[in-house]
Structures are given as structure tokens and as C-alpha cells.
Design a binder for this molecule. Structure first.
Ligand SMILES: Cc1cc2nc3c(=O)[nH]c(=O)nc-3n(C[C@H](O)[C@H](O)[C@H](O)COP(=O)(O)OP(=O)(O)OC[C@H]3O[C@@H](n4cnc5c(N)ncnc54)[C@H](O)[C@@H]3O)c2cc1C
Length: 396
């Protein structure tokens, strides 16, 4: 397992003390109680991190980033999750921020990056389209040059966080080339522009944090393009690798597994005793714990070297299955204990049923939401294709 150097131990203690002392307590309290966070909660949380210089994780130092080593980043993520702090909303900070830092113009770096760090602007990721998800390169969203502008037309779908976002970064076709991966550009637009309509999509877990976004002759300056025209496939792949690794959440998995044991100790088992003594529950719990330990070891090994697309794909599948096993076990525990699992979106369950511990409703919502991890960031089947291509290439 992870052997920390004395400097890393000191850093870990510093991070732990920060979350205990200098981080908004109301955000931690809400998260612990399983309540949904508001945009203002996220702003408070991100500003506290930024005040400490710890929001730009994965960004280079010269643009306000932490410049952390992968292990320091890992320690930070784990402590954040142990503390029940808010996850950093990834679209701006984790996904597009490092791409702007690496490939953006000086103007983009000086305007967009500080606004992200100060939580003045939130971003959304406009990759998927109704006919282009797994086969992203077949996208039809178009950007046509008109003088110093692009005219954007098309539809983006499954856009997370669009209800809070001020900006969107889009993959757009700027020319038709022989290979469909060519001729795609990365173009950004403020979501308030004329011609943009955002339609929320209701999800199975009761949230409506996804949207379909229509662009009808939307005009943006060509200076809103990140990097070279037609080269976005490369930037998109750099981003997707980061995105897949960002789903690991080892700290919250450990935290949730420990919380499951605590919860089981409060629930009566059939016959006598409590559920934490139930052999079937203990066995299922131990299996997941062992799996999580193996995943953590693999991630730490991967972090020490260059991570290939195939490794990122394998880790994404493993983390997805582990998250789903944990939320599945929580549902099993709540169900066997006959806990009500109200829909948090139709009734404020805390008011509607004050006698009900939040465990049941939160377990249900988490269970339903984790199903989506099989799909977002590239589906499990598509990750398996990536792994197979890498293996076949090695065998040749
Ligand atoms: C919760 C959530 C949040 C999301 N957030 C965003 C976001 O912020 N921005 C964004 O751009 N997108 C987002 N997405 C979209 C996501 O990236 C796509 O849903 C995903 O890439 C799959 O595309 P699709 O839905 O079009 O399914 P399809 O590509 O149509 O796939 C349908 C089924 O066919 C399988 N399949 C497809 N191709 C192959 C193949 N070659 N081999 C084997 N099986 C295959 C898939 O595995 C899947 O089971 C989000 C999705 C979800 C669920």
C-alpha cells in the first residue's frame, strides 16, 4: 500500500487540518447529512480552496495551479473525501482548465483561468450529441467561419451542470476531412448568447443536472477557439484520459464502506443481533473492501508512471464496478432492514418523514446515480474496446 515519505505525511496532516479548520463547515454538514449542495455551497467551498491555493489541482503553478505531484494530488483527494467536503466540480477545474493552460492563447489564460479559480465562471462540457456519443468523431455540430467569427449550429446533449454553467466548451466540426477525427475544433461559448437554448433533462435519481442544448446560428469570435483549428481530437483525448481517472474517488469509497458498517451496527438482523454481524453482509462487505484495496494499489502504481489510455480505461471500469457494488450493498442493507427509500426529489424526505433516518433515501439516490457511471466518460463496452486494441497491438 501507499508508503508516504515524511514530507508527504506532513502534507497529509496539513490538508487534514485545513478541512477541519478553514473549510466551510456548512458544506461539510450538508454533505454528511446527504443533502444536495447548492451552487452557492460549491462557490463557498471552491473559494475556500482557492484562498489556500488548492483549487487548481492538475494546473501548472505559473497559471495559479498547485503544481502537485500525482501522489500529493492523491492525498488531497482522499482527505477531501474523508472530510465529507464538496467534490470539485470537474468541468472547469479538472477538465478544461488544464487544456486552456496547455493549449490556450495568452488572452484565454489571463481571462478564463482566473475566472475559474475565483468561481466567477462555471463551465459545461459539450462533447456528446444525439447521434454522437461513443462514436464521438461522427459529431455534426458545426462551426462555420464568417469573417472574425464562427457561426455555431447543432445540438449537444447530456451536458452535465449546464443549469449552473456560464460557459460551454464544444467539439465542433470546422471542416470535412478524409478521417472523421480530423476537422474538429474546440470552441467555447458563453451560454447566455442569443440562439442558445438549454433544455433540462430529468434523471432517474430525481435530479435535473443534465441538459440538451440547442445552438441556432450562434456567433462567437474565432478567438474563442482553443488551440489550432481542426486539431481538437488530440485535446479531447488528453481531456478524456484525465476525466476517466477523475472517477476513482477512492477516499469516498473507503468512507462509504466504513459508514455502511456503522449503519449496519444500528440495524437489527433477522433473529437476533445487528446487521453488522450478519455473515452474508460481512462477506459482501469484505469482498468489496478487498477489491477496493486492489484498485487503490493499481492506481498508485499507475500514478508513478505515464498512464496509457488502456490503463485509464481499465481503472475506469474497475472504479465503476466498485462504486456500483458499494451502492448495491447499501440498497441491500436498507431493503433487508425494511427502511423506506423515498424519492428525495418529489418530497423533502427530511420533513416528510422526520422519523426516517436519511440512510434509505440517500442509498437509493446514490444507487440510481451510480448506474450512470457505466455510461458517462465513455461506456464500459467502449473502454473494453480500448483495452482490447492495446492488447492486440502488443500481441502483434
Ligand atoms: C450522467 C451522465 C453525464 C454525462 N455528462 C456529459 C457531459 O457533461 N458532456 C458530454 O458531452 N457528455 C456527457 N454524457 C454523455 C456520455 O458521454 C455518453 O452518454 C456516452 O459517451 C455514451 O454515448 P451515448 O449515450 O450516445 O450511447 P451510445 O454511444 O449510443 O451507446 C449505446 C450502447 O451501445 C454500446 N456501444 C456503442 N458503441 C459500441 C462499440 N463500438 N462497441 C461495443 N458497444 C458499443 C454502448 O456501450 C452503450 O451500451 C453524460 C452521460 C451521462 C449518463
Amino acid at each position: 500500500m501507499l508508503k508516504l515519505t515524511p514530507e508527504e505525511v506532513a502534507f497529509q496532516e496539513e490538508v487534514r487540518a485545513f478541512f477541519a479548520r478553514d473549510y466551510p463547515a456548512h458544506v461539510i454538514a450538508k454533505n454528511k447529512a446527504g443533502q444536495r449542495l447548492t451552487k452557492q455551497d460549491h462557490i463557498d467551498a471552491q473559494r475556500a480552496l482557492n484562498a489556500r491555493g488548492w483549487l487548481g489541482v492538475g494546473w501548472p503553478r505559473d497559471v495559479g495551479g498547485t503544481g502537485w505531484t500525482p501522489i500529493e494530488r492523491y492525498i488531497f483527494d482522499e482527505e477531501l473525501e474523508f472530510a465529507h467536503a464538496a467534490g470539485i466540480i470537474p468541468m472547469a477545474v479538472i477538465y478544461i482548465g488544464p487544456i486552456i493552460a496547455a493549449f490556450g492563447s495568452e488572452q484565454q489564460k489571463t481571462e478564463w483561468l482566473p475566472a475559474i479559480l475565483e468561481s466567477r465562471s462555471f463551465w459545461a462540457q459539450g462533447y456528446s450529441e444525439p447521434e454522437a456519443g461513443s462514436d464521438l468523431a461522427s459529431l455534426r455540430f458545426s462551426a462555420v467561419r464568417d469573417g472574425d467569427d464562427y457561426i455555431l449550429n447543432g445540438t449537444k446533449i447530456w451536458t452535465s451542470g449546464a443549469h449552473w454553467a456560464d460557459w460551454i466548451f464544444c467539439l465542433a466540426r470546422t471542416s470535412r476531412e478524409e478521417r472523421k477525427q480530423q476537422g474538429i475544433s474546440l470552441i467555447c461559448a458563453p451560454l447566455g448568447l442569443p440562439g442558445i437554448r438549454v433544455h433540462p433533462i430529468r434523471l432517474i435519481d430525481g435530479s435535473d443536472e443534465l441538459a440538451r442544448i440547442e445552438f441556432d446560428n450562434v456567433r462567437v469570435p474565432i478567438t474563442n477557439r482553443i488551440g489550432d483549428e481542426g486539431q481538437a481530437w488530440h485535446y479531447a483525448n488528453v481531456l478524456l484520459k484525465t476525466e476517466r481517472l477523475s472517477y476513482a474517488h477512492i477516499g469516498s469509497k473507503k468512507r462509504d464502506l466504513a459508514a455502511l458498517l456503522d449503519q449496519a451496527a444500528k440495524l437489527p438482523a433477522r433473529g437476533s443481533g445487528t446487521m453488522d454481524r450478519d455473515p452474508a453482509f460481512r462477506f459482501a462487505h469484505a469482498r468489496i473492501e478487498a477489491r477496493l484495496a486492489a484498485i487503490e494499489a493499481s492506481i498508485l502504481r499507475a500514478l508513478r508512471g505515464e498512464i496509457s489510455m488502456a490503463t485509464a480505461a481499465a481503472l475506469k471500469i474497475a472504479c465503476t464496478e466498485c462504486a456500483q457494488a458499494i451502492t448495491g450493498l447499501a440498497i441491500d442493507l436498507a431493503g433487508r432492514s425494511r427502511l423506506p427509500m423515498l424519492d428525495r426529489s418529489v418530497a423533502d424526505w427530511a420533513d416528510a418523514a422526520p422519523a426516517v433516518a436519511p440512510f434509505g433515501p440517500v442509498a437509493l439516490q446514490s444507487y440510481l446515480f451510480e448506474r450512470a457511471q457505466t455510461i458517462y466518460g465513455g461506456s464500459t463496452e467502449v473502454q473494453k474496446n480500448i483495452i482490447w486494441r492495446a492488447l492486440a497491438g502488443m500481441a502483434r
